[in-house]
Design a binder for this molecule. Structure first.
Ligand code: THU
Length: 170
């Protein structure tokens, strides 16, 4: 069973850019203690960015809007939405939009991706998106957010066990 750290957290309050974007490996807590940070952006901040990305979803056929926010290891952020098409099979999911934007800009190493859907429930990445995520961030974190249920976190490897890998091509 994949690990879950879900909480019934509900919506996140908007944060100032100071607390959202983190620039170094250490920061100070309000009481003055120094704290190491594991990420250049908090999970909460990344989810807010995914919600923002969802606003641009083009989903006239399914009405199911999805937003994704992908954090590169150096802190660069790439947002994506689903882009549907009258020829349904030409549709691109939010996750792949974000990954392809990033890779086409020269980024290949990612830390985590947050995914939010208009249904209010979790949008778990489709099989094609899992394969694409596994190419670039097999150990990366996938944060699924639901307004009602909060956040659940998986690694890409948990979502795609036994996936086909570049090492398999010989
Ligand atoms: N979709 C995504 O963008 N990401 C997911 O994780 C699941 C599905 C989109 C594709 C399509 O535009 C709509 O949701 C319904 O399948």
């Amino acid at each position: 069973m994949p690990k879950r750290n879900g909480t019934a957290a509900g919506g996140f309050a908007a944060q100032s850019s100071d607390s959202v974007f983190k620039s170094s490996g250490e920061y100070f807590l309000p009481d003055g203690r120094q704290q190491r940070r594991d990420s250049l952006m908090t999970d909460e901040a990344l989810i807010l960015q995914a919600k923002d990305a969802m606003k641009n979803a083009y989903a006239p056929y399914s009405q199911f809007r999805v937003g994704a926010a992908l954090l590169a290891k150096d802190g660069a952020l790439f947002k994506g939405c689903n882009v549907e098409n009258a020829s349904y099979g030409a549709t691109n999911c939010a996750e792949r939009t974000a990954v392809f934007k990033a890779v086409s800009e020269g980024y290949r190493e990612f830390e985590k991706i947050a995914i939010v859907a208009s249904s209010g429930d979790y949008a778990s990445p489709c099989g094609i998106c899992r394969q694409v995520l596994a190419e670039f961030m097999p150990e990366g974190k996938v944060l699924l957010y639901s307004e009602e249920k909060g956040v659940v976190t998986y690694t890409v490897r948990e979502l795609l066990p036994m996936g086909f890998r570049k090492e398999d091509i010989r």
